[in-house]
Design a protein around this ligand. Structure first.
Ligand code: HEM
Length: 518
């Protein structure tokens, strides 16, 4: 006989069963969710590393952040590239988190930039007045036409010829005169004298006037604002995000932090260009003989449909910016290095006095008889290596380089900075030693070293102001050393460790003691 179970026990069993069923159900749902998430994650990781494998091999990236963890200080990004470059010789990808291919071997750079010769895009549009205008930030036909017109106008104004040299010489003379007027030469900050000397050359070329040393506030404002903006942008992770995910730049609010703020700051800085183009055109009639770049460009607009007002602004902005900060920083390093290495300074002065004498300023024609001065200029540009990274380019199509695929649309950096600091032809590269460039008899330059000294980059988009910059550096350096002995300040050592300032590797602010050579 089956005993009927007491009612309470029955209920308890039913309840326990229900709880168990619920637990089992929840457990399996949780499991299902976890398993699904796991599978999704595994699939995501698989897809991410499949994507990573499409690029040249580099340091192992993590999803979302890529290799950003390797960049300890965004203002010294070249230090991160230096470390990684030594472990990944030749060519590698850093994920920032977008893929950024670095080429660190001279022969591969040549192959990519000269032999393949692609006019790769550049895409830092915040610096242009409008997308795809000017020379530095434009691509395709616009770039070709703007670069061609700009270089042709500059040649008409003497770039690469004596006329341009005359302009530089006259600016150097003003600068030497200004140094003469400084009464207390025991602690001279050379930054502004050099900046005004260099800026005056490009300012006069573009806009037809130069600044007086005691009346150059607009120029100082431009320079200080630009440097502040660059420093700020290095501290702003939004910009890296915008570069990785360009669609973010078009979103409200977020777009401000990824792009809009930088663009607004650049617009404010470029008011200098708007003002000075306006000033140059104020009384200019296109029938008149052009007296500066702006006039000549305006005149050519008559017959060249590719030239227009917005490209005039962007091109002036590009040349003004590129034409002063790099050369100024290089010459600032020259003064610091001459003060630090007295034996180099003495040897350079000896050559100048032997070949040129003390009564006239050196000329570019003297260069052939001045191998040591040429070696000094080369070693200065190699050692100071003022651009932390090259101007980045973007591949316009899928490229295979030394068996490595680089998909279309990838950011590429020919790491000239790395080559000049690491290529085996430069023994003890950290030393500042102009003699390294000289053949054993001291009369000629070593070709392989000269070839690997790449401050102006190479290929179709090589620096458009190289010849102007070379004149400024040679004359600026030799004329200063001819006229003054440069010493550290009394009791103070020269500091050659660079300041951490974004794209341009600058010396720390410091004065030097000048002694006039009668
Ligand atoms: C020491 C001085 C200078 C250095 C180290 C320097 C370096 C460079 C570098 C590395 C590039 C990028 C090349 C590339 O994309 O591979 C460049 C581009 C450029 N530079 Fe210079 N530069 C200097 C002086 C000048 C001067 C004086 C001017 C103007 C008169 C100038 C105008 C330009 C322009 C317009 C471009 C863009 C070229 C293009 O994209 O087609 N630079 N420069």
């Amino acid at each position: 006989m089956i005993e009927p179970k007491p009612q309470g026990v029955m209920k308890l069993k039913v309840a326990a069963g229900a709880v168990l069923a619920l637990l089992w159900y929840s457990f399996s749902t949780l499991n299902l969710i976890l398993i699904s998430l796991g599978a999704l994650l595994a699939y995501g990781l698989y897809r991410y590393y499949e994507y990573v494998a499409r690029y040249p091999k580099g340091p192992f990236p993590l999803p979302f952040i890529g290799n950003i963890g390797l960049v300890k200080d965004p203002k010294k990004i070249h230090d991160a590239f230096q470390k990684v470059g030594q472990q990944q010789p030749g060519i590698y990808t850093m994920f920032m988190p977008f893929p950024f291919v670095q080429i660190t071997d001279f022969d591969i750079i040549k192959e990519a930039y000269i032999e393949n010769g692609e006019p790769q895009d550049k895409i830092i549009q915040a610096f242009a007045f409008a997308p795809n205008t000017g020379v530095i930030n434009s691509i395709g036909e616009v770039w070709r036409e703007q670069r061609r017109a700009a270089i042709s106008i500059l040649r008409d104004f003497g770039m690469g010829k004596n006329v341009m040299e005359e302009l530089v010489r006259s600016s150097v003379e003003d600068y030497l005169h200004h140094l003469d007027t400084i009464e207390d030469k025991s602690n001279v900050d050379m930054r502004w004298p050099i900046q005004v000397m260099v800026s005056n050359v490009i300012n006069e070329t573009l806009f037809g006037f130069r600044f007086q040393y005691d009346d150059c506030k607009p120029l100082m404002d431009y320079v200080l604002r630009f440097n502040k903006m660059m420093e700020g942008s290095m501290d702003n992770p939004g910009i890296a995000l915008g570069m990785s995910f360009p669609f973010l730049c078009d979103l409200p609010v977020i777009g401000w932090y990824t792009f809009g703020k930088l663009k607004a700051q650049m617009e404010e800085i470029n008011q200098y260009i708007v003002d000075n183009v306006g000033r140059a055109l104020k009384d200019y009639n296109v029938e008149d003989e052009p007296a500066c770049f702006v006039h000549a460009y305006k005149q050519r607009m008559q017959e060249n449909m590719h030239l227009d007002d917005v490209n005039l602004m962007s091109t002036c902005a590009d040349f003004f910016l590129a034409g002063q900060e790099t050369t100024t920083t290089t010459l600032r390093w020259a003064v610091i290095l001459m003060a630090k290495y007295q034996e180099v300074q003495d040897k350079l002065r000896e050559e100048i006095l032997n070949i040129v004498g003390a009564d006239r300023m050196p000329t570019m024609a003297d260069q052939v008889k001045m191998p040591y001065a040429r070696a000094c200029a080369l070693e200065l540009q190699r050692w100071a290596n003022v651009l932390a990274t090259n101007v980045q380019r973007v591949t316009t199509r899928d490229v295979v380089l030394r068996g490595q695929n680089i998909p279309a649309g990838t950011w590429v950096n020919a790491d000239n900075h790395y080559v000049m600091a690491n290529d085996p032809v430069f023994e003890q590269p950290e030393e500042f030693r102009p003699e390294r460039y000289l053949t054993d008899d001291g009369t000629n330059l070593k070709k392989d070293l000269v070839e690997r000294t790449l401050p102006f980059s190479l290929g179709k988009r090589v620096c458009a102001g190289e010849s102007m910059a070379r004149v400024e550096i040679f004359l600026g350096l030799t004329a200063t050393v001819q006229r003054f002995r440069i010493f550290p300040r009394e009791g103070v050592e020269i500091d050659i460790v660079p300041a951490a300032v974004a794209t341009f590797i600058q010396p720390k602010p410091q004065g030097v003691r000048l002694e006039r050579i009668s």
